[in-house]
Design a binder for this molecule. Sequence first.
Ligand SMILES: *[C@@H]1O[C@H](CO)[C@@H](O)[C@H](O)[C@H]1NC(C)=O
Length: 320
Amino acid sequence: MSSTSISLSQIGISSSPRSMIILLLITIIVYSIRPAEASVCRTSCGKVPISYPFGIDDGCGSPYYRHLLVCSQSGNLELRTPSGRYPVRTISYGSDPHILLTDPFMWNCQDGNKFRPTRPFSLDTSTHLSLSSLNEYLFFNCSESHVIIEPKPIFCERNPERCDSSCDSSAYLCRHMPDCGSTVLFRGGSSDDDFASCCSYYPKATESLRLMLRYCTSYTSVYWRNTGETQPYDQVPEYGVRVDFETPVTTNCLRCQDMNKGGGTCGFDIHSQDFLCLWTASAASVAGVLGIGAGVWYLKKVRAKAPVTCGVQTNDNRLF
Ligand SMILES: *[C@@H]1O[C@H](CO)[C@@H](O)[C@H](O)[C@H]1NC(C)=O
């Protein structure tokens, strides 16, 4: 206690018992608020890691992706698009940034040729998300009077952008539906009583999925997952929709994330959408071990400048 009162008188604060108690109370309040600041941006939802440019708490990540991801109470992450909310299986942040979605409304093996009503997947083109060219869409039981269905050369499977936009009845995936075992469910060309037709289509935009579904009974999306093995085993087909994203890089954000300066989290002001550097758990715990002396100094700083509001701090009033 005596060393505390010495330091208090040194920095010019009265050490009367009353002001000491008030100081102590304020210090306790300040420290009980700070752990809450540390959890402002959750870093995962269920098993899916959440980091820049995404956020599941408003004001976290890049404003480009604001309100797009939702984490349910039960820890299920979903992506919001104009056609609905889709469960997110994984998010890859590395050199090939993408999100893998599942669509419970799409056809799956269990459905066989009992087609359930489906809905076309769509993406808002004003966001920085795009449909990956690694997706391949299989359409079932299409009306041949509306959709051009024809076998395409093998060449088109790996270079769909260099082939026309007809629906390919000779597609490899129609003959080898992933995970469906050996049951042959589909055949190319027209439907008959036993087999529904299947063809593969690469849409130029999500809008064309909607058009196709007007003339086909159902569809599913398969993406080619890179395995890192050598060809021809470098890509394996899996059900799902792959959505690519861009990571906006700004010097503000790089400076904020710099571990040497405490490692902040990039976020934004929810009103102006201006960049903000947010506290992280490690920055708060560093503050914790510096003890009451630092707490008093912190109080002086906070009084001198504007107090911290809404658990959000800018670089301007960061301490460490
Ligand atoms: C295939 O589509 C036709 C309409 O074009 C429809 O009458 C038929 O029921 C569909 N078949 C299946 C198995 O859903």
